[in-house]
Design a protein around this ligand. Structure first.
Ligand code: PMP
Length: 405
């Protein structure tokens, strides 16, 4: 006898968990192993594994880290280190203490926890158009509806946000102010101040998702929403080590206001009891010995070089096809418009299968269908300089072949 699982899967899982559009493409990439101008993850050559190795060895001497860890908010030393870092760099608000820093298994978990904590069925979440796809999926799980706010290369347009607040009264604004995924935009200081004022006027919570901040090619960035908000504790900040150490270490953090601390802990307890303290201890030891400025400079140089090469190679190979792109000041992504393609999903699949190069169709980052149909997201994070040149050549050939079909 077998069970009819369709009758046993929850309504939430049936209605709100859908296949990821990116997951589909990953499966094709996995099969054809193209040059990856699509991946939002770092090249494994950049992982500081040699530096991490002694800490992996040493952690085995700390038996207490392998039992149930009593601190549900995560490794205390690492939280303290993050608090000092966030204070030194003027990211954290003045009210932030170590108790407000809660470790996560990456920003994605932060998003999932916040979605469970803050979103009720039917609540409206305001998001940039376009935005990070997996955040939408996390909020959708709790029954969120979305309202898109217009954005350009300087981030969210305050007038659009104000209009959305007036007409739709969202509960939350989810934003990626630095080197946004997928567009690479940075929200200007003036706009951040205006958006914060509007959020205060309409009593909207801001979730500031900031995993790319330290992959920056410029000297300074505008103040964080959290530091601009001062004593007003409406901003929740999400950080991650995925882009600056490695994603597989699964370590990030949230900075949450006092009234949320207990609830996050209670919620976490229902999911995983406690966090992988041994891994967090390794991250702590690594961070503790790091010269932050020097370390980030090194990362920034590597990515800037790749970004410059991708921009100039795309100019050489794709500009004559009408490709227009932005010039990112940091992060992993280049956002572009490519005319002449009637179905970007098919073009991407065609390029992977026939020419061995992958890029990401931009329309998948929009909430409403029919938008961004001529857009592509390029990533320079995972590829070598040689792969960038070869990948762009292949894409140009794929374009010519596809439009001639
Ligand atoms: N937020 C944004 C904007 C991202 O681009 C990513 C990773 N692609 C995440 C969150 C999740 O990162 P992680 O869980 O690895 O920290």
């Amino acid at each position: 006898m077998t069970i009819n699982w369709n009758n046993n899967i929850s309504k939430m899982a049936q209605d709100r968990l859908s296949p990821s559009l990116l997951g589909d493409l990953f499966a094709i990439e996995h099969k054809y192993k193209p040059i990856c101008l699509s991946a939002g993850e770092p090249n494994s050559d950049f992982f500081p594994l040699e530096e991490l190795a002694p800490f992996f060895k040493d952690v085995c001497k700390k038996r207490e880290l392998f039992g149930y860890y009593p601190f549900h908010a995560g490794h205390v030393g690492l939280r303290e280190w993050i608090k000092n870092w966030m204070k030194d760099d003027n990211i954290a608000a003045p009210w932030v203490e170590v108790d407000n820093i809660i470790l996560t298994t990456g920003s994605q978990q932060g998003l999932a926890l916040l979605s469970d904590l803050l979103v009720d069925e039917g609540d409206l979440v305001a998001v940039e158009a376009p935005t990070y796809l997996e955040a939408l999926r996390a909020f959708r799980k709790s029954g969120a509806n979305f309202i898109e706010v217009e954005a350009d290369e300087n981030g969210i347009i305050p007038e659009s946000f104000e209009m959305v607040c007036k007409q739709n009264k969202p509960r939350l604004l989810y934003t990626i102010p630095n080197f946004q995924n997928p567009t690479g935009s940075v929200t200007s200081l003036e706009r951040r101040k205006s958006i914060l004022k509007i959020a205060q006027k309409f009593d909207v919570v801001i979730i500031e998702d900031d995993p790319y901040r330290y992959v920056s090619f410029i000297d300074s960035l505008p103040d964080s929403y959290m530091s601009l908000s001062g004593d007003d504790d409406r901003v929740i900040y999400l950080g991650s080590f995925s882009k600056i150490i490695c994603p597989g270490i699964r370590c990030g953090w949230m900075i949450v206001p006092v009234p949320l601390v207990k609830k996050v802990t209670q919620l976490r307890h229902t999911i995983e009891i406690s966090l992988p303290a041994s891994l967090q201890h390794i991250v702590y030891c690594f961070c503790n010995q790091m010269d932050r400025k020097q370390y980030f400079n090194k990362i920034q140089k590597v990515y800037k070089n790749r970004c410059d090469v991708l921009v100039s190679t795309l100019n050489e190979t794709m500009a004559d096809k009408g490709l227009e792109m932005n010039f990112p000041k940091g992060g992993y992504f280049i956002w572009s418009h490519l005319p002449g393609i009637n179905n970007m999903r098919n073009f991407v699949e065609y390029s992977i299968i026939n020419f061995g190069v992958s890029v990401t169709p931009g329309y998948i980052f929009y909430v409403r269908s029919g938008q961004g149909l001529d857009t592509l997201r390029f990533s320079f994070a995972k590829v070598s300089l040689e792969e960038i040149s070869e990948g762009c050549e292949r894409l140009a050939r794929s374009y010519d072949s596809f439009v001639a079909l």
